[in-house]
Design a protein around this ligand. Sequence first.
Ligand code: SF4
Length: 242
Amino acid sequence: MIGRIHSVETCGTVDGPGIRYILFTQGCPLRCKYCHNPDTWKMNDGKEEDTKDLIQDIVKYKSFMQFSGGGLTVSGGEPLLQPDFVKDLFMKCKQEGVHTCLDTSGFVDIEKANPVLDYTDLVLLDIKSYNPTVFKELTGVPLDPTLAFAKHLNERNIPVWIRYVFVPNITDNEQDIEDLAQFLTTLNNVQRVDILPFHKMGEFKWEQLGYEYSLMDTEQPSKESVEHAKSIFKKHNLPVFV
Ligand code: SF4
């Protein structure tokens, strides 16, 4: 099965547990203002790869993965823009005993996602804001599909790690974080919440691509403000990490 991918990282340690083979797929329907990978946005960029070749490469790292509790993470872009491709790759991983993790914005068609979820061990779900206005302004798309997807993962009992990018003056609103924390307490499948403090490592890519980077003047958040956000999730007994 052929898919369009952006790149591969063979020993990732931040996108799921253990040492992971990270596959970044090409194409994303969102336009997050802080995106680190704007070069994944266009569906026609990147290169074609066959799942048969990819699995051969992935299994080369199996001993590292098994030793560290790692596996494969498919990230993006938005992997669920290519559900047949990801499903085929995950199916092959399960045949090889490789743990599978899907990194998604949740802005997806649930019916199309379901066959992929049949072979998914863990989902990294980005909830970029719980405030619909902020979410739309930040990403260019509505919030509801992501919340519907979060509820669906709960119904299917698929473990989830929530990721929340903490951006000064955008996603640092106390009430919005409180509302998100309350929503997360209604789910039974949230294994952890990761707060990711905003940084500008992807800014140069925006410039290279000729896109306007609107967060140019936004500073990194203070340690205290991040700790305060953490305390809100903690208050709700959520396992939160920075
Ligand atoms: S969902 Fe991810 S890849 Fe897509 S625009 Fe947002 S940060 Fe970038």
